[in-house]
Design a protein around this ligand. Structure first.
Ligand SMILES: *Cc1c(COP(=O)(O)O)cnc(C)c1O
Length: 385
């Protein structure tokens, strides 16, 4: 079966639900057992046990996501993408361990390394997202995890994931990928050698700017170790959010295709504007990592960056404050378009972000791209007015 078909069929069984198409929303804390034998024989992780371990709604979502992630994957849904990242790192690392973290990582992940992990005696080395097989030179005796995020947050470098995971596997180091940008539809992490794939389902899986969720997917032998440690946090995604995420998942394929097509149109339009110095979009042939993206990805999503030529803050404010269709706010992946200025140079330590001008992050939603371009056109006219 192809992914687009799986998105429709996975995680539901109408015949067990009175013929109703969608799995019902089960909320629960207590689960009753009919006999002493059943009570004493039940185990968490094997069917319905107690609300904290999930309800049939949670399991339906986790099963569907696992099926799309690929053969043998198991998944757990947690309260946010950030929670999924932090719990995974805490599950895999101990005091004295060393972590290799990509320099273009989502900033709250960096904050976890610099604060929480540091306090626990776990050392982080940041590496160049374009390091490829050269990652080997940074691996030490105590290195336990190499963390990737591709394309990188804000700057969109595409990593050579197969080369990095291959180097990690040779040394018994666990590789973890934040795959939020592409989802399993555009990049199959486990098939590319990644041991643990994380995504903020808050973004494209939810797709409607109305839920927070993180998902961790892995295969054996890493899965069981991960699941047991994550269980210790006792912080599952709520069944209500799982139900919404399952609903979002059904349309992920068509939404992503639309985000991609409209995103590329806007990216190409921006690239031709005199106010724009550079467009940071892996699907543009001018982008430095374009060939890697073409080799490894099945498409592009609707999130990318661009660099405005130097402008005043007043000009930038005039441009952004007057936009009618683009909102300013964090997160992305919903049906609505967003545009914010970003500051990658401030947070990097292993590499430099050296551009002359203002870096921006743009999310292209499901509006008609003609209208989005008209809104941006008027905005750029205000930039130097
Ligand atoms: C948004 C985001 C996260 C965090 O997800 P939340 O659900 O907001 O906690 C993690 N990684 C990336 C790449 C993101 O864009």
């Amino acid at each position: 079966m192809k992914d687009r078909t799986r998105l429709v069929t996975a995680g539901r069984n109408p015949r067990q639900q009175h013929g109703i198409v969608n799995p019902p929303l089960y909320r629960a804390s207590t689960v009753l057992f009919p006999t002493l034998d059943a009570l004493e024989g039940a185990r968490p992780g094997e069917g319905v046990y107690y609300g904290r371990y999930g309800t049939p709604t949670t399991f339906a979502l986790e099963e569907a996501l696992s099926e799309i992630e690929g053969e043998g994957a198991r998944s757990v849904a947690l309260g946010s993408g950030k929670a999924a990242i932090v719990m995974t790192l805490l599950a895999l690392l101990e005091p004295g361990d060393h972590l290799l973290m990509v320099d273009s990582v989502y900033h709250p992940t960096r904050a976890c390394c610099d604060k929480l992990l540091k306090r626990l005696g776990i050392e982080t080395t940041y590496y160049d997202p374009r390091i490829g097989a050269g990652i080997e030179t940074l691996m030490r005796e105590e290195t336990r995890v190499v963390f990737l995020e591709s394309p990188g947050s804000l700057t969109f470098e595409v990593q050579d994931t197969p080369a990095i995971t291959e180097a990690a596997r040779r040394r018994g180091i666990v590789s973890v990928l934040d795959n939020t940008w592409g989802t399993a539809l555009l990049f199959k992490g486990l098939e590319r050698g990644v041991d643990v794939v994380i995504q903020a389902a808050t973004k494209y899986v939810g797709g409607h700017a109305d839920l927070m969720m993180g998902v961790v997917s892995a295969r054996e032998p890493v899965w069981e170790r991960l699941r047991q440690a994550i269980d210790q946090f006792g912080a599952p995604a709520s069944p209500d959010d799982c139900w919404l995420a399952l609903r979002g998942l059904r349309t992920l394929g068509v939404r992503l295709r639309q985000h991609q097509d409209a995103g590329l149109r806007v990216a190409e339009w921006l690239a031709g504007r005199p106010e724009v110095a550079e467009v940071l979009h892996p699907a543009l042939p001018s982008f430095p990592d374009h060939e890697l993206w073409k080799r490894d990805f099945a498409g592009a999503s609707g999130l990318f960056g661009f660099v405005l030529r130097p402008c005043t803050r007043a000009g930038l404010a005039a441009m952004l404050d007057g936009l009618e269709l683009f909102g300013m706010g964090y997160s992305w992946g919903g049906y609505e378009s967003l545009l914010i200025p970003t500051h990658p140079a401030k947070v990097r330590t292993a590499t430099r972000w050296d551009v002359d001008g203002q870096t921006m992050r743009i999310h292209i939603g499901l509006e008609d791209p003609d209208d989005l371009i008209a809104d941006l056109d008027a905005g750029l006219a205000r930039l130097h007015a």
